[in-house]
Design a binder for this molecule. Sequence first.
Ligand code: DQA
Length: 147
Amino acid sequence: MKIVVIQGPNLNMLGHREQNIYGPMKLEEIHTQMEGVAKQHQFEIEFFQSNLEGEIVDRIQECMGEADGIIINPAAYSHTSIAIRDAISSVSLPVVEVHISNIYRREEFRHKSLIAPVCAGQICGFGPFGYHLAMISMIQILGELTA
Ligand code: DQA
């Protein structure tokens, strides 16, 4: 079983950007922790980060036939991208949406995720630990799908 983790724009800046909101952890450290969980459960895992909407759409499409589930933090595109939402709908794979910050406690333009309605669920507001929760959730979803 394979999980693909897709990270949207500016998440490559974690550890440097707005530490008061996102904390000091770097993206590579988050990925190392996720790798640990994947290994424990004998899952394959692959990571992809892009600042470009079209590249994210391409990566989601490539998941068809290649991955069993997607964990995605579409970052700012969560609030704007019909293209990413449509890509998720197209691949019919389970998708878990992650946000490091609690988007509902922030500016109003962050309160709406266009992605959430086409995902299995959304985890937000728990900092980088949200990615760990997303892994556990995805492993549970995939376990149920194959049971
Ligand atoms: C974010 C929240 C988004 O509103 C923001 O644009 C991000 C990160 C989060 O993980 O909290 O870049 O997705």
